[in-house]
Ligand binder design. Structure first.
Ligand code: NAD
Length: 478
């Protein structure tokens, strides 16, 4: 059994100083592969949050006035430090979140890329000039929106925290980041890298706490001008209501229930080679995880047989083991949630083609495939956020599109076909923020990422991600 040390001294970071528990409430951090407690994370008090707000207010005034080249240099330096510290950050991530070490290393690399990308993109926050025949000129400029409250989830704690911090800081905003209490060590390492890179003391604050207490406190303050949240639809709705009172701008990256349309004219072997690792990446705890497999009837049986064989043979274990391809679920809540969804589907007539049970001391659930799942099963309607694929046959392209669009979610969707004109139609007609045609590769630092319908709105990644932290001002001069 591979061993490693959970090497994190968990603290809050407010106004450039690290604060340990020191009488604050604290919450245990678990290793999901063993269920053991590895550390305790301090929870912010109301006084901590007030101090963070005051610091973010001060930090915004100096940071927005800092030359963009100087801001970019700090972000590049943070990227370098994150890369140098990959082994430590990835080990913390695996030990507190569960994902295999290889995936954790990839996530850290992605976080570093985000800082590099936004360091450069900050230099391209261009405006425009309108010239009137009267001689009047109108100048349109972009300015940072103000101090940001950012709330990130536990599924990609390092990458998603970097995505919000890199874009906000590049735009010239100060930030109060509240990452998930389940994964504090790896997320703290990102803030440490920024501090070590020379970020001024009051620009980025890191607080852990009781999520509802923290968000209510921060969103009630006039200091916060923008809220960026990644997480579930109900919490997104709740935060939007809190943000409404202060008319704060919001970006909501919420849940998904990605359909995958597999047509009988696809390259089935190539498709299956991609499907299985994608479904079980991060144990399915991915907002764009391929989930609802609609397979054309002529290839349905072959697809299910191969998918089930590979699912049953998928190597699951402690993410520190080199042979592991799928780790445990991230927290104690997830195996219970997944069990309930699978049991409900089977009770309503679905066929359990592979998996379908918990195992081990930690929070493990076997990679699972359910076939012929009735539409009324909960799992056909609620985001499973776990290692479960559901499959149903379809006859026509129209039926497949209708099924893809039947849920209120609209984050990612995928389709596999070698027919180019059909691929064009699918790209146009599927209601989603992102459509992958013959690919699952839909994310990157330079790529807008976000949803439609109940999956939220606003993009992260790409120039759109920078714009979401900026306001437009028109200056007219005669
Ligand atoms: P949850 O709804 O309790 O929490 C979701 C996230 O929001 C967590 O990171 C949590 O810390 C945070 N949160 C909860 N209440 C909050 C509040 N009042 N203010 C600020 N932040 C708050 O669910 P959970 O059990 O942690 O996660 C399960 C569900 O969350 C999944 O089913 C999935 O739909 C969703 N989720 C989505 C993403 C994503 O990338 N879009 C990531 C993680 C979780």
């Amino acid at each position: 059994m591979a061993t490693a040390t959970y090497d994190a001294d968990l603290k809050l970071f407010v106004n450039g100083a690290w604060h340990a528990s020191e009488g604050r409430d604290a919450q245990p951090v678990f290793n999901p592969a063993t269920g053991a407690t590895v550390a305790e994370v301090p929870l912010a008090t109301a006084a901590d949050l007030d101090e963070a707000l005051a610091a973010a207010d001060r930090g915004f005034k100096t940071w927005k006035a800092t030359d963009v080249e100087a801001r970019a240099a700090i972000l590049h330096k943070a990227a370098d430090l994150i890369r140098q510290r990959t082994d430590r950050i990835a080990t913390l991530l695996t030990m507190e979140q569960g994902k295999p070490l290889g995936e954790a290393r990839g996530e850290v690399a992605g976080a570093a890329q985000l800082f590099d990308y936004y360091a450069e993109e900050a230099k391209r926050a261009y405006g425009r000039v309108l010239v009137r025949p009267t001689g009047q000129r109108s100048i349109v400029i972009k300015q940072p929106v103000g101090p940001v409250a950012s709330f990130t989830p536990w599924n990609f704690p390092v990458y998603l925290m970097a995505k919000k911090l890199a874009a906000a800081l590049a735009a010239g905003c100060s930030v109060i980041a509240k990452p998930p209490e389940e994964t504090p060590g790896s997320t703290s390492a990102i803030v440490q890298a920024l501090a070590d890179a020379g970020l001024p003391a009051d620009v980025a604050q890191l607080v852990f706490g009781v999520p509802d207490t923290v968000s209510r406190h921060l969103l009630a303050s006039p200091v916060i001008r923008k809220v960026s949240f990644t997480g579930s639809v109900p919490v997104g709705r709740h935060l939007m209501k809190l943000a409404a009172d202060g008319l704060k701008r919001v970006t909501m990256e919420l849940g998904g229930h990605a359909p995958v349309l597999i047509f009988d004219d696809c390259d089935l072997d190539r498709t299956l080679d991609m499907v299985v690792p994608q479904k079980f990446r991060n144990a399915g705890q991915v907002c764009v995880s391929p989930t609802r497999f609609y397979v054309q009837q002529g290839i349905y049986d072959r697809f299910i047989k191969t998918f089930a064989e590979r699912t049953a043979a998928y190597p699951v274990g402690n993410g520190l083991e080199p042979t592991t391809k799928m780790g445990p679920l991230a927290n104690r809540r997830r195996p219970d949630a997944i069990s309930a969804l699978v049991d409900d589907a089977v009770a309503k007539g679905a066929t359990l083609a592979a998996g379908g049970e918990r195992f081990g001391d930690g929070f493990f659930y076997k990679p699972t495939l359910l076939a012929d799942v009735p539409l009324e099963a909960r799992i056909m309607n609620e985001e499973p956020f776990g290692p479960v694929a559901v499959a149903r046959p379809f006859a026509t392209e129209e039926e497949a599109i209708e099924q893809a669009n039947r849920l209120p979610y609209g984050l990612a969707a995928f389709a596999f076909t070698e027919n180019g004109r059909r691929a064009n139609r699918l790209g146009d007609l599927i209601e989603a923020g992102m459509v992958g045609l013959n690919t699952f590769n839909i994310s990157g630092a330079d790529t807008p990422f976000g949803g439609v319908k109940d999956s939220g709105f606003g993009s992260e990644g790409g120039p759109e991600g920078l714009d979401s932290y900026m306001v437009v001002k028109a200056i007219h001069q005669a």
